[in-house]
Design a binder for this molecule. Structure first.
Ligand code: NAI
Length: 296
């Protein structure tokens, strides 16, 4: 089985930064690549703060031998040059949820990474088989779907494409378990397990708001107290990112071919308006000001 010593992560947003943190805390060398240098510097700050908080709470002392904040950051190398991923044993992609953009990236990664490297995608919904088809190593392409935020959430959903080898699956599963995660395995169908169930619920919450059934607060309170969810669906959508939710709904709609997966017009409108959720300071809720925007 391949020995993973160096991890490449592509995309330093919410998910990529969390995945890079997990690997660096675990003692692995990490190359974190993003085309946007500002995103990289945000990621370094957020990793440093998060590791600091986890150390202060005593959550990291048993999990790793060398988690001093400085040591973790020393193992983390940020870059805007994709070629720096050439020494990685596994590259985990966490860029925008667009099949065309991801396929182009997988094509490029296939050219610059070593032949033995595994190419994993953190995609929420896009076909691993189709991403693999952009490479010359489909047996080494796999879905490694972390939950948000990766350092905290216990689950990794592993998705096998049509040609993913047993060795690729075993190495990827072992890495997730080394990060302290519980692994579930999904076949390669739109949305896999978690988002196939979660996203239609979020979309329905938007429709409930859109058709004036209730206020956003009552929808969220209803689902929190009525079904014991830690966050309401609209709050959760803001946390995930409304652009990510919309992309996933479009993948479900196209891939499963049922009108019940059509994205709610209100979700589409919010994304068109740049209301992408917490990461932009505004989504369903306004995080920048105490008062919220006018109701839709
Ligand atoms: P994000 O918008 O926070 O970050 C994406 C990052 O990728 C940005 O920093 C952007 O500059 C960078 N990027 C875009 N295109 C690139 C390229 N071609 N090369 C290098 N960097 C590029 O997005 P987020 O939320 O981290 O999502 C990333 C992936 O993770 C998506 O596939 C999403 O579906 C998946 N995901 C998201 C979850 C969530 O709750 N947000 C949960 C689980 C998976």
């Amino acid at each position: 089985m391949a020995d993973i010593k160096v991890v490449g992560v592509v995309g330093s947003g919410q998910m990529g930064s969390g995945i890079a943190q997990l690997a660096a805390v675990d003692g692995l060398r990490v190359w974190l690549f993003d085309t946007d240098p500002i995103a990289l510097s945000r990621a370094t700050n957020s990793i440093s703060n998060s590791v600091h908080r986890l150390i202060a709470k005593g959550h990291l002392t048993q999990a790793s031998n060398s988690v001093e904040n400085g040591e973790v950051l020393q193992r983390l190398h940020c870059t805007t040059n994709m070629e720096d991923l050439s020494e990685a044993d596994i590259v985990i992609e966490a860029i925008v949820e667009s099949e065309d953009v991801k396929k182009k990236l997988f094509q490029d990664l296939d050219k610059i990474t070593k032949r033995s490297a595994i190419l994993a995608s953190n995609t929420s919904s896009i076909s691993i088989t189709r991403l693999a088809s952009a490479t010359t190593r489909p047996c080494q392409v796999i879905g490694m779907h972390f939950m948000n935020p990766p350092p905290i959430m216990k689950l990794v959903e592993i998705v096998r494409g049509a040609d993913t080898s047993d060795e690729t699956f075993n190495v990827t599963k072992a890495l997730a378990e080394r990060f302290g995660k519980k692994v579930i395995c999904s076949q390669d169908y739109s949305g896999f397990i978690v988002n196939r169930i979660l996203m239609p619920m979020i979309n329905e919450a938007f429709s409930t708001l859109y058709t004036g059934v209730a206020t956003k607060e009552d929808i969220d309170t209803g689902m929190k107290l009525g079904t014991n969810h830690p966050m309401g669906p609209l709050e959760l959508a803001d946390f995930i990112g409304l652009d990510v939710c919309l992309s996933i709904m479009r993948v479900l709609h196209a891939g499963l071919g049922d009108s019940k997966y059509a994205p709610c017009p209100l979700l589409v409108q919010y994304v068109d308006a740049g209301r992408l959720g917490r990461k932009r300071g505004i989504g369903v809720y306004n995080y920048a000001k105490a008062t919220e925007l006018a109701k839709p």
